[in-house]
Design a binder for this molecule. Structure first.
Ligand code: SF4
Length: 390
């Protein structure tokens, strides 16, 4: 939903007793509680007449209750002292909860979760165990569908339906975190988030930045920004803004060694060819920060020794780590993964050339939860909903 759209006031606002004086009109839009950046909420409460310490206390109580204690908006507001709650309630729009439709566990314990939004659309997230179960990452969606139409991606076939609000992005973490904490036993909690689900995050940058601000705030989940990665096809004109507004990592999905093949795989390259992409990246990347470059390997298309040389040349001068990703089955049957020996040979050639490179093996491929496979709408339309595990 566009950030500027008007939202209905939260039901709690309508239920508060009328005996107390009404706070002054606040210029801030009402937002669902899950969409409020903590600093913005404190500022809005001060505008509404609370003293700085009161505003801070009210926001902290509300957000702690909502995120950490998992209360719904109404119960969270009930934790705020009544005098302050009179100021908080008008700032809260109706919550837009995600309803879990499906939770499917793969053989490698990757869990793909499908949610329905308040307006009946479907999005997916994936809980991934990495490093032999030592690290747990949630892959979130930033849009319903995607307008970038990469040839290897199921989501791209959906087209863009709409952006997700910050509350709907954080809501995926809120819901997945709860499921995961119920079943994880001795395994670690979710500590990392990757924006590699449905959608191009830089096409929804304001809401993605707001969601990161919530995820990293101590009153919500207190994640480290360094443990959050945002993957882009290369929306070059947004790079500088991204680096200026967040300390989260940028992952650049490159996937080809030259313009002809990248344009074939990723239409974005027709507007921003690889040389321009590299220049934009180097011009905006702050000193001391680096990027993750992702390169999906397709048999016979981009995995030859000459392709490794071209890739090495493109990476020259870019502070980057490289992830090689053997292709997952996607919408185009011609795009297949190389055999393991070819993947290792490609990696070794780059290692020998001094590139920091690792292979990222797929997680959750058997339940359609791996990179390029998220397409809940298609899957449900085909009746392939899988076996549900809650
Ligand atoms: S790979 Fe990412 S940007 Fe490309 S179509 Fe899929 S979701 Fe969109």
């Amino acid at each position: 939903m566009p950030r500027t759209a008007r939202l209905r006031p939260c039901a709690v606002a309508r239920k508060l007793p009328r005996a107390m004086p009404t706070p002054p009109t606040n210029p801030a839009l009402p937002l669902p509680v899950g969409a409020w950046r903590p600093d913005a909420l404190v500022a809005a409460l001060q505008v509404s007449g609370l003293r700085p310490m009161q505003a801070r206390d009210a926001a902290k109580v509300l957000l702690n209750a909502y995120f950490r204690d998992n209360l719904d908006a109404e119960a969270a507001l009930a934790r705020v002292p009544p005098i302050q709650a009179r100021h908080v309630a008008p700032l809260l729009a109706e919550a837009r909860p995600l309803t879990q439709v499906e939770s499917v566990v793969a053989a490698d314990k990757t869990r793909r979760i499908l949610w329905q939004t308040h307006d009946g659309l479907v999005i997916e997230g994936v809980v991934i165990l990495a490093d032999n179960g030592q690290r747990v990452t949630l892959c979130v969606s930033s849009q319903v569908g995607c307008g970038r139409r990469c040839a290897f991606c199921e989501t791209g076939r959906l087209g863009l339906v709409r952006n997700l609000g910050a509350d709907e992005i954080v809501g995926q973490f809120r819901r997945a975190n709860r499921i995961w904490n119920d079943v994880r036993g001795a395994l670690p909690a979710i500590s990392n988030v990757v924006f590699m689900g449905m959608g191009e995050p830089l096409d929804n940058l304001d809401n993605v930045i707001d969601a990161i601000a919530v995820l990293t705030h101590d009153w919500a989940y207190g994640l480290s920004a360094r443990k959050i990665s945002v993957s882009t096809v290369g929306v070059a004109h947004k790079f500088a803004e991204f680096f200026a507004r967040t300390q989260a990592n940028l992952a650049l999905s490159l996937n080809a060694p030259d313009d002809a093949r990248r344009s074939q795989l990723m239409p974005v390259n027709q507007r921003v060819p690889m040389a321009e992409l590299k220049s934009a990246l180097l011009a905006s990347l702050p000193r001391g920060r680096s990027v993750l470059v992702e390169y999906v390997l397709f048999a016979g298309l981009n995995d030859a020794p000459a392709d490794a040389e071209l890739l090495h040349a493109w990476l020259a001068g870019v502070p980057a780590r490289l992830n090689l990703i053997p292709a997952n089955p996607g919408p185009d049957p011609r795009l297949q993964s190389p055999v393991p020996a070819a993947v290792w040979a490609f990696q070794k050639q780059l290692l020998d050339a001094g590139v920091r490179v690792m292979v990222r093996y797929p997680h959750g491929r058997d339940v359609g939860g791996a990179c390029g496979q998220l397409a809940g709408a298609h899957r449900r339309a085909r009746g392939q909903t899988g076996e549900a595990h809650v």
